[in-house]
Design a protein around this ligand. Structure first.
Ligand code: NAD
Length: 258
């Protein structure tokens, strides 16, 4: 039987892509889920529920601290505790620094970075009381290296790797760990938009654009699967990972080994 059975996780941005895979991966271990995010939420919730756990949904906009506070309070009320926090919600926008729209900068920093501070800020007191917790920040290879035209995203992801280290250090003598996962290319709606833009720019097919995109950075030439990232998250939540603290763990087909 899984040692995570009966615990509760919040997975931000769990209506799609990596967050949905994380929620399903944890639910398969018997973890109850507070889902969050926009879009096709009913389909996502049904998929998580099918794993046989309790699922609820909160519509917090992760760019709004007051809504994040409510997400934490409602989850504690509904499930009694927050044991696992997966900070996953994120957006992307690409442009050179001089052309980068100011509102896009602000919203990427708010959603991809500040939200992880606020969720941790509000969830840590409960975790400390129980002396157990797992905080997993979904960073990116862009938390470790840069790419042109991704100023806000790279700044936010480097920031979240820093936040991960500080959170891990402050709790190093407790049962609470904090780690970051740094995926390379994963074929989710967030990346499909970049594939579409490339296909249009280069007048090539969707498949050609996909292959060109992944091969440019990722030596394996293969996308990372969301389920592989979920399996890493499950490991980081387990007892064998209790001394993994403050890591920025890449799963990137060799991208950052170059
Ligand atoms: P996605 O677009 O499939 O999912 C993003 C999720 O975040 C969705 O559920 C969306 O509704 C939610 N979201 C967006 N804005 C929100 C807001 N203001 N409030 C609440 N929820 C919001 O994208 P994905 O590729 O699954 O990305 C998930 C995370 O993984 C992001 O942090 C992203 O930066 C990171 N990541 C993705 C890749 C990749 O190649 N796809 C690589 C590295 C890191």
């Amino acid at each position: 039987m899984s040692n995570l059975k009966g615990k509760t996780a919040i997975v931000t941005g769990s209506t799609s892509g990596i967050g949905l895979a994380m929620a399903i991966g944890l639910a398969k271990q018997g973890v109850n889920i507070m889902a969050n995010g926009f879009g096709e939420k009913d389909v996502a919730i049904a998929q998580i529920k099918a794993c046989g756990v309790e699922v609820d949904y909160h519509d917090a906009d992760m760019s709004k601290p007051a809504e994040i506070k409510d997400l934490i309070e409602q989850t504690e009320k509904r499930f009694g505790s927050i044991d696992i926090l997966v900070n996953n919600a994120g957006i992307q926008y690409t442009a050179n620094v001089e052309d980068f729209p100011e509102d896009k900068w602000e919203s990427i920093i708010a959603i991809n970075l500040s939200s992880a501070f606020y969720t941790s800020h509000y969830a840590l007191p409960g975790m400390k009381k129980r002396n157990w917790g797992r905080i997993i920040n979904i960073a990116s290879v862009h938390g470790l290296v840069g790419s042109a035209q991704k100023a806000a995203y790279v700044a936010a992801k480097h920031g979240i790797v820093g936040l991960t280290k500080v959170t891990a250090l402050e709790n190093a003598k407790t049962g609470i760990t904090c780690n970051a996962i740094c995926p390379g290319w994963v074929l989710t709606p967030l990346v499909q938009k970049q594939v579409d833009a490339r296909a249009e720019r280069d007048h090539v097919s969707n498949d050609e654009a996909k292959n060109a995109l992944v091969s440019e950075k990722q030596p394996s030439g293969e996308f990372v699967a969301p389920e592989q990232l979920a399996a890493l998250a499950v490991f980081l939540c387990g007892p064998d990972a209790s001394e993994v603290r403050g890591a920025a763990w890449n799963m990137d087909g060799g991208w950052t080994a170059q």
